[in-house]
Each structure stands twice: as structure tokens, then as C-alpha cells.
Design a protein around this ligand. Sequence first.
Ligand SMILES: Cc1cc2nc3c(=O)[nH]c(=O)nc-3n(C[C@H](O)[C@H](O)[C@H](O)COP(=O)(O)OP(=O)(O)OC[C@H]3O[C@@H](n4cnc5c(N)ncnc54)[C@H](O)[C@@H]3O)c2cc1C
Length: 614
Amino acid sequence: MALFSRRKTIHVDSDVLVVGGGMAGCGATYEARYWGRDLKVVCVEKANIERSGAVAQGLYAINCYMGMQWDENQPEDHVRYARNDLMGLVREDLGYDIARHVDATVHKFEEWGLPIMRDPETGRYQREGKWQIMIHGESYKPIVAEAARKAATEVYNRIMVTHLLMDESKPNRVGGAVGFNVRTGDFYVFRAKAVIVCAGGASHIYKPRAVGEGMGRTWYAPWSSASAYALPILAGAKMTQMENRIVLTRFKDGYGPVGAYFLHLKTYTENAYGEEYESKWYDQTKELVGDYVDRHPVPTCLRNHAFLEEMKAGRGPIRMVTKEAFQDPHKETVGWENFLGMTIGQAVVWASQNIDPKYINPELTTSEPYVMGSHATCSGAWASGPSDYAPDEYQWGYNRMMTVEGLFGAGDTIGGTAHKFSSGSFTEGRIAAKAAVNYVNDLRNEQPRVSEQQYEELQQEIFKPLETYRIGRNEIVAGTVSPSYLLPINGLQRLEKIMDEYVGGISAHYMTNEPLLTRGLELLGMLKEDLAYLGAEDLHQLQRAWELHHRLLASESVTHHTLFRTETRWPGYYYRGDHPKLDDTDWHCFTVSRYDRQSGEWQLEKAPVYHIID
Ligand SMILES: Cc1cc2nc3c(=O)[nH]c(=O)nc-3n(C[C@H](O)[C@H](O)[C@H](O)COP(=O)(O)OP(=O)(O)OC[C@H]3O[C@@H](n4cnc5c(N)ncnc54)[C@H](O)[C@@H]3O)c2cc1C
């Protein structure tokens, strides 16, 4: 293979290395330059930061804005809101830290050219809901990326980071990262004093509703491949709340967002017979979760729960009542534009299915589960909190540093802090970068030591699927099924099936229990063994192979956490059939895990939830 024999090894040294140039990564890169004027700040991204990450195709709203300049909300209010939505369990120190800085971030976006809609009467930002403001956001990502590009010493696009490097001069300290260029196949060794992981959430660990030719259509970005979790997990960082996967109610078949419909257009849902159904499930839900059902707003998972129960009772489909709102031409325009800015596929689906929401109420559905730390759930790494606000137990050094020294994170990567969304993720990137710069400055001239042996061993491992394919391909004359290798797509489908059937996916109505989870772990273990035989026919497939490795590790983590928490904390996201009720006596706590790369063992523990805000 001439192409790969020309593969080069490229060494890049930096002070601060940002892995993933999405919202959090751009925030981290921008802020690292602000505090570290003379530092070498490198951002490495598997796509191109101009249009990468979950915001790639634009957004229609910024979902986290306090509006402190107009006294609309205070940071404490946002903590209360997120805590309520997550059924009591959030890292209040981290959430408060983001909320107190997020407005400043949004003001920067506007300064950089992002058009934010204004209320013509008050002159304030146009609110979509209590926390959301409306934007003309098709170019949101390029605008944010420009700030990062100008701040970075270098941006490396098209490099998939596969592993973190460890410093050999000090145990439990990060030393950089390795990856490969998905276009040229060059191998990259990034040595860094501090690493900030901002590599986004995880789609496609559960079987999606859209299969076959439509499988690329998921709610969370299909390219969000769990690197945010796998990279720290492999490095030995502790993770939290990985069981807290998210399930979303969305327009059917296109995953079109419903927020603007509920909040701005004031549409509402009904069952197939035109009946309101949520109140029917009140008593049953109260039995399961107690007073949490009486909170305002009703936690997202509980609204899903009523939807699912109504469907199971045979009164689906659930529809969004759009016919009334769409009679108003302004609302009709807003309804369509809402998709054109961020989920154009939903408009296409409706056109292809003869659905005009002015005359037909469109169907809703619940999505397959995703793992993420920035939306309405809070899976991710266990991080140190802000020094002026975090309880002692949540502080072991620098803000947003994980339990591995020098390793920081932001956005979907960091656990315990739901509802940060795009603006909060960028803000958390800024917070992490400021702390990382302090860390680097405190190191003075100390350099991480990364031996040739460490990265050469990884190089062998990373490119192995190309070799496996090249040799095994000769054993078959046609087709894709080989006795010697497994293609990434087949591995992915096997993973999705295991997670779906054993760990509470769509086909099990999000239900699982101890025997299912235990068997699921066995099957994941077997899949892990087989991944040693992944075959990649080209660099694109090599990227798919490593995305699969990352997804599998994150899936293992989700399964262990789900097994550990013996209660059903979030009905509507998932159910433990053997522990169907919320149990505040034993489980008003965080779940924390650590993976041992050498033994392959997972250790789980509980960590306390501190309620700092009344
Ligand atoms: C459908 C959808 C709708 C949303 N709607 C809204 C909304 O209306 N308002 C709002 O405020 N927020 C919204 N959000 C949330 C918002 O998009 C996320 O909170 C935010 O993007 C998270 O930032 P992040 O940096 O953690 O991840 P991302 O922005 O996804 O960035 C992750 C980056 O890491 C890169 N990467 C991944 N793996 C690797 C690797 N191994 N090596 C190198 N690079 C890697 C990715 O390519 C990507 O650029 C929405 C999200 C989705 C999916």
C-alpha cells in the first residue's frame, strides 16, 4: 500500500492542547490565548472547526442566557432550574460557575457578528423561553470558529485524536495526545503540558430509530462519537452520571426540535383521539417519583414518561397541535424557519410525507438514548470545581481539571452540569482554559516526558485495522463478510443492538434490569475482544474504527453506571424494572466510576450531592 508507506510522523509541542474544536473547544482556545499571551495554544479537530460539532449546521436559539443586565434571571435561578430538571442531582458549584459567566460569552458572540433577535418593544434579546434567546444562527459556528482561529497558535483540522499520552515523569499526569490525519494518514504526536478535552457527546451507541439508508439521521450529531468520554476513561479519569442518558421528544422521522414550538408558538400535544394525556399519568408518576412530579417546570424525563405510557396504552401517536398556531402567518413563518436554521431535514420529511402543519398536526416520537453532558442530561468526567465556590470535596486543584493531573474538559465532556447548551459549553471552555493556563504557568519549565516507545506502540495499534484488512481481503473474492476481520459498520450495528436490547433502548421501551445489564456487559466484552480484528479499507474506515472503539468504551461505562444505580431516578430516560422507583434515601448522590486500562476492571462509588443554593 503505497499510500501508507508514505505516512509521516509529525510532532507538535504545545503548552495547551485543545482536543475538539466545537463550542467548548473554541471557547477554550479563545480564552487560553487571552490568559496565556506567550503560550503555544494548539487546537486539534477531526473535522474542520468552521463547521464541526453539534452546532455545525447552525442553531435557532441560544438556550442558556441569564439576562442579568435586565435582571431577568440570576445564576442561582439557573442552578435551581437545572437541579429540578435533573431530579435533584447536579453539581451546583459547576453550574453556578457557568451561569455567572455565560452572559458575557453571549455578548461576545454578538460583538463577533452573530445576529441576535431583539424584542421590538423592549429592545432586549427576544426570548423564546425563560432561558432561551432567539438568533439568526445559520453561521453561528463559523463566527465562533473565527475567534478560535485567530486565538490559536495553530489549528490542526482533520486529525482524529485516538488516545491521550501520559507523562512518564509523574504518575497520573497527562502528557499530550496522538491521532492521525483522516485525509493523508500522517501520524500526529502532540506533546502538551495541559490538555483540554472538548470532543463532544455520543450518538449511535444505541440503535437509532432510523436504520438502513436513514441511519445517519439521528438527533445528536452522527459524528459525535464519544471521544469526550473514551479519551479520559482510557487515561484513568473518573466519570460521573454516565447512566443519565438522554431521550428526546422530537418530531417524528426528522428529529426536528420542539422547543420553539412549545415555548414561542405555544403549541401543545395530544393523543391520537385529541385528548390531553399528561394529567392522566399524574398519580402513577407520583407513585414512582414522589413530589418531583409537582415541580415547575415538570422535569423533562417525566414529560417523556407520560408520553411513553400513553403510547404503551395504545393511544398513540402523540401529535403536536400546530393547526391553531399556524393560522397566524408570523407563527407559521417562525415554525418553518426554526427548521431551516438547524434541522432542515425535518422540513424535507414533512414535504415528502405530505404534512403541512397548518392543516395536519405532525406526529412526535421519542428518540433513542444519547450520552452527553451539555443538554438536559449531565454525563461526563468528574471535575474539580471553582475555588471560590466548590465544597472542599469537589476541589483537588484547578477548576475543571479531571482526576488526572493536567487533564481538563468542557462542554459535553464534563459531568454533573446539565443545561449548558452551546453558550454554556463555550463558557465552560473558557473557564477550563483559564485554569489550564494557570496550571501551565505553575509548572514553569517542567516538561512532560513522553517516550518514543509510548507513542510508537500506539501508532502500531492505531493503524493495525488497515493492515488487518489488507491481509484478510485476499481471503475473500467478493462481498464484505470475512473470516479474518470485522468492518466498523458491522461492529457498530452489533454495539447498537446490544445497547438497545440490554441497556434500555427503544425496542425495550427504555427498560432494563440487573440480569439484562449483566448479560449486556458480557456481550460488550465479547465485542471488545472482536474489535482487535477490525479491518479498515481506507482512512475513512480507520476513523470509523476508532470512533467505534470510543463508542464501545463509553457504552461499557453507561452500562456499569446503570447497573450500579439501583433505582429509577429518571423515568422517561430509562427504567430499572427491578428497581422501578426513585429512592432518595440511598441514591440522592452521584455515581462515579474509574476504569483501569491494565486490568480492564471498572470501580464504582457514590459521591455526595451538595446543595449549595437554597
Ligand atoms: C440537534 C441539536 C440541537 C441543539 N440545539 C441547541 C439550541 O437550540 N441551542 C443551544 O444553545 N444549544 C443547542 N444544542 C446543544 C449544543 O449544540 C451543545 O451543547 C454544544 O455543541 C456542546 O459543545 P461541545 O463543544 O461539548 O461539543 P461539540 O460542539 O459537538 O464539539 C465537539 C467537537 O469535537 C470534535 N471531535 C470529536 N471527536 C474528536 C476526536 N476524537 N478528535 C478530534 N476532534 C474530535 C468534533 O468534530 C466537534 O468539533 C443542540 C445540540 C444538538 C445536537
